[in-house]
Design a protein around this ligand. Structure first.
Ligand code: PLP
Length: 394
């Protein structure tokens, strides 16, 4: 049966080279990276080398600025809670309305605990109101937290410029960037920015699930989330997951090599898919028209039909995509990102995110473009909104 995987923002296939690189660390080189005998040295060296590769991937000055974590959610929680813990006298946070739930729900929780959170708006294209964000910065602002690329729409946020401008207003305010959906899709270079912390997750760029990293700029104080042993220089306790650390470093090296392909070939395929859908399906609309989008993502609304039904019909033909983010799918709540953009209810419930990867082929895009119009046609016929649809199709 055909399988067309267009849900790479949910997770990615582990690259064969990544599997190969990590396997020996399960069997021959299984030592604890903190032990002193030779068996452990190979593990220790692998962690050291991996840290250097991740530092290079993110453009960090010093490998010591990289802390290995278990996922993007942990990286975000560590950065946010760790910053607030060492800045107890400050009670104000600035973030956006379109963050991933691992950030958004944490801020909602902090709001209940007495923090004042400023939630910054986006416009109908998905672009951020940066003026509004900067106006909110005050003496009490402990943290500004803006994602680098949105997981549902792919819109890129100018975090370098935002961090510069925030520091001009208050040099003490810390800046955290959730770069989980940017890593491997666009270049990241923290070195010349004022970003204090930046989180990534391996499974979004062809490493396994269960490994992530947090960049913490030298001199930035954060308290650990997990307290215990002295691993990761006391900033994150727990025996190092050597195979997965090696896997993420290998995936990062491959992603860096493939970046040009991502920015050209993958983008061309995404554009072909987007153009093809919008021109062949009359009730389709592009949800985020921002000029700044990661090259692999498009989010398209199909007016007056149900997104979950589209997904089920696509699944029957072997096409995988998603409505909303993987973490909210199944909740039937319309996407908070699209609601923040003011997407009307007519396409809010029928919005589908297609996300490609460097493994996506032109044949897969052609297959999707061939099959999708018939699926939408079928669902249009059973929609309760016949009058409105007749207007669109007349
Ligand atoms: N941040 C963004 C933007 C994401 O898209 C995701 C996952 O979808 C996360 C954070 C959480 O990453 P993880 O699944 O590794 O916890």
């Amino acid at each position: 049966m055909t399988l067309v995987y267009l849900d790479n923002n949910a997770t990615t296939m582990v690259a064969p080279e990544v599997c190969e690189a990590m396997m020996p660390y399960f069997s021959e080189m299984y030592g604890n990276a903190s032990s002193i005998y030779d068996l452990a040295h190979s593990a220790n060296n692998a962690v050291k080398e991996s840290r250097e590769i991740i530092a290079d991937f993110l453009g960090a000055k010093d490998p010591k600025e990289i802390i290995f974590t278990s996922c993007g959610s942990e990286s975000a929680n560590m950065a946010i809670k760790g910053t607030l813990e060492v800045n107890k006298n400050k009670k104000h946070i600035i973030t956006t309305k379109i963050e991933h739930p691992c950030v958004l729900n944490l801020y909602k929780d902090l709001e209940k605990k007495g923090y004042r959170v400023s939630w910054i708006d986006v416009d109908s294209n998905g672009d951020l109101n940066i003026g509004q964000l900067l106006e909110e910065v005050c003496d009490d602002t402990a943290l500004v937290s803006v994602m680098m690329a949105n997981n549902e729409t792919g819109v890129i946020y100018p975090v370098d410029k935002i961090s510069e401008a925030v520091k001009m207003r208050n040099p003490e305010t810390k800046v955290f960037v959730d770069a989980v959906q940017a890593a491997g899709k666009i270049p990241i270079n923290v070195k010349d920015t004022k970003i204090d912390m930046l989180g990534i997750s391996g499974h979004k760029f062809h490493a396994p699930k269960g490994i992530g990293a947090l960049y913490v700029k030298t001199g930035t104080m954060i308290s650990p989330l997990i307290i215990g042993g002295h691993q990761e220089k006391g900033k994150r306790a727990g025996t190092e997951n050597v195979p997965y650390i090696v896997a993420m470093a290998t995936a990062a090296r491959l992603a860096k090599e493939a970046l040009n392909d991502e920015l050209t070939r993958v983008k061309a395929l995404r554009d072909k898919l987007e153009r093809g859908i919008l021109s062949s399906i009359k009730n389709s609309v592009l949800n985020s028209k921002s000029k700044n989008r990661v090259p692999n993502t498009t989010n398209i609304g199909f007016q007056y039909i149900e997104g979950e039904l589209i997904l089920l019909h696509m699944n029957d033909l072997g096409i995988c995509a998603s409505s909303g983010s993987a973490c909210t799918s199944g909740s039937l709540e319309p996407s908070h990102v699209l609601r923040a953009q003011g997407v009307p209810f007519t396409s809010l419930h029928g919005s589908i995110r297609f996300s490609l990867s460097r493994y996506t082929t032109e044949q897969e895009i052609d297959y999707t473009l061939e099959k999708l119009p018939a699926i939408i046609d079928k669902l249009v016929k059973i929609s309760p909104f016949q009058k409105e649809l007749n207007e669109i199709f007349k």
